[in-house]
Design a protein around this ligand. Structure first.
Ligand SMILES: [Zn+2]
Length: 307
């Protein structure tokens, strides 16, 4: 079976002000890096309000719609902006993640990579944050439970920043195991190991600045994979941020392309062992364009090679 690449030109309508690291050129770099690969290319559909309000408040959705400017930019906070095309992009970013779940659950594809903007893992119930509008991956996890009846869904977030939004959106959800590795200290400042949730389904793996691929692999082998095995997920969702790369300007970890390939390969092997190989991966961060393209390519090549 093949790997789906779910994306949409409308993501390029989510323009951000000059100088912002989360920018249109990121997705252009990812698309260019994947251009020659034999992937099933699928357009990301629009999510509905009902899809989004499973985890976000109606007030949050209304605020986003009301804030979209006719021209120029509207600032939601000091780094999260809306442009005229941002509403469509945000709803397609959710829709792409949900579509990926549907395709993988229906066995139309082995696994899927959702190349979308805006990213999602910092958005909380009623708060856009850190370039993120809606919690794409958390909403996909919820969709897998609601629409496909899954009882156990795992989210693995290897973006260099703590996935505070995914953690907040799934905090009370016993059917979701949320594992996030991230540099600490680093914005947003959350993600301590004692943040475990009421059902002990939140797993935070902080990594010191300078952590290289070897130390990362040890942390995943010792702290992440045993928790995944014990949880026995029926689907593994990946929040694939590539800003733990040594070249990334926003953080100080020292992973390289081969490290993203390794963690992807290991997660796909676990998925083959535990959940019929079902993996859905969604783009989060990654701000050095060359490193982002090369790392996303390494990640997708492993999805394609997955057992
Ligand atoms: Zn990040």
């Amino acid at each position: 079976m093949t790997t789906a690449l779910i994306t949409h030109d409308a993501f390029d309508g989510h323009v951000t002000p000059d100088g912002m690291p989360e920018r249109v050129a990121r997705l252009e770099a990812v698309r260019a890096a994947l251009e020659d690969l034999d992937l099933l290319r699928v357009e990301a559909p629009l999510a509905t309000d009902d899809d989004v309000t499973t985890l976000h408040t109606e007030g949050h959705v209304a605020r986003i719609r009301a804030s979209v400017p006719q021209s120029g930019f509207a600032a939601l906070d000091s780094e999260t902006f809306l442009a005229p095309g941002s509403e469509e992009a945000a709803f397609r970013a959710v829709g792409g993640a949900l579509k990926a779940v549907d395709m993988v659950m229906a066995k139309e594809v082995k696994n899927a990579f959702v190349a979308a903007r805006p990213p999602g893992h910092h958005a909380e119930q009623a708060t856009p944050m850190g370039f993120c509008i809606f919690g794409n991956v958390a909403l996909a996890a919820r969709h897998a439970m609601d629409a496909h009846g899954l009882d156990r869904v795992a989210v693995v977030d290897f973006d260099v920043h703590h996935g505070n939004g995914t953690q907040a959106l799934l905090w009370d959800e016993p059917r979701a195991l949320v594992v996030t590795s991230h540099q600490m200290p680093l914005w947003p400042g959350t993600g301590y190991p004692d943040e475990r949730g009421p059902h002990d389904t939140i797993v935070n793996v902080p990594l010191a600045p300078g952590t290289d691929g070897g130390a990362m692999r040890a942390a995943y082998t010792q702290q992440v994979f045993p928790r995944l095995r014990a949880f026995r997920p029926e689907l593994i969702l990946i929040s694939a941020g590539f800003d733990a790369h040594a070249a990334d300007p926003l953080a100080q970890l020292r992973w390289v392309e081969g490290d993203f390939a390794w963690v992807t390969r290991e997660l796909c092997a676990l998925a083959a062992e535990l959940c019929d190989s079902r993996v859905v991966s969604c783009l989060e961060g990654g701000y050095d364009l060359d490193a982002l393209g090369a790392s996303a390519r390494a990640h997708v090549l492993e999805l394609m090679e997955a057992p």
